[in-house]
Ligand binder design. Structure first.
Ligand code: CDP
Ligand code: CDP
Length: 223
């Protein structure tokens, strides 16, 4: 039996992880947060003072380390060598460094292989930047989620405030724009809409509307 895969790509704050998790839950599929994998490697490197400009050192870290993703009620618990780093991977420092770490081809190839293996074993929803274009070019359903940068920054800002943290809307917007530009302009597997992806502009859609729209698309493609 071959697995059924849903690919969700798009820029930061488009709602990918929130919606991918909900869609996976409704379908009884595995949710694979590919961004968490690049974030975990970035966090592991920062914690060990490994130079993030040194691709070879990062590859060694990736090969020798043990990165695990475990589904949890809030999304995904992320472990590096058995240590729970779920919170650490969302820090500002990781936000500012992850696009550099994820620009290296050898690192992407390693991650892609892991992601393809997971997706081949189980029905799964994967979210990221290159799922529909590179990781799973034959995914059963491909979605490109977007929203205006103002709306995406506002969502991240609200998220921070709801956690009781201080937040600077303009700084978040700058960070998102910078990360989107780096992710879109890297040479290998950039952030890009697949030609055969369905585009959903979620600027004026709430989470449940987006989830329902994706479930409808899945239904259309599963007959
Ligand atoms: O949640 P957010 O959109 O802010 O980011 P994420 O999905 O956790 O991804 C963090 C970073 O990982 C992105 O900005 C990309 O640099 C990288 N990434 C990637 O290159 N390819 C993927 N498939 C997923 C993430
Ligand atoms: O994974 P990605 O960076 O694409 O976005 P996310 O982390 O899923 O969503 C960023 C924030 O926007 C979360 O706090 C979501 O609850 C919120 N959101 C929203 O308000 N409306 C949507 N249609 C989608 C997400």
């Amino acid at each position: 039996m071959t697995s059924f895969n849903v690919a969700i790509d798009g820029p930061a704050g488009a709602g990918k992880s929130t919606v991918a998790k909900q869609v996976a839950e409704k379908l009884g599929f595995l949710y694979i947060d590919t961004g968490a994998m690049y974030r975990a490697l970035t966090q592991a490197a920062l914690a060990r003072q490994i130079d993030v400009n040194d691709e070879e050192a990062l590859i060694q870290l990736l090969r020798n380390g043990n990165l695990e993703l475990a589904p949890s009620s809030t999304g995904t618990t992320v472990y590096w060598d058995g240590e729970d780093i779920t919170e650490d991977i969302r820090s500002n420092q990781v936000n500012q460094t992850v696009s550099l770490v994820s620009s290296y081809k050898q690192i992407r190839l390693y991650m892609m292989e892991k992601q393809q293996k997971l997706a081949s074993e189980k029905n799964a929803v994967l979210d990221g930047r290159d799922i529909g274009t590179h990781v799973l070019p034959d995914a059963d359903v491909k979605i490109f989620l977007t929203a205006s940068v103002e709306e995406r920054a506002k969502r991240r800002h609200t998220e921070q405030l709801n956690k009781g943290l201080t937040s600077d809307l303009e700084a978040i917007k700058r960070d998102i724009e910078k990360r989107d530009a780096l992710d879109s302009n890297r040479a290998f597997a950039p952030l890009k809409q697949a030609d055969d992806a369905e585009v959903l502009d979620t600027t004026r859609m709430d989470i449940n509307q987006v989830t329902d729209a994706i479930l409808d698309l899945v239904k259309e493609h599963s007959v």
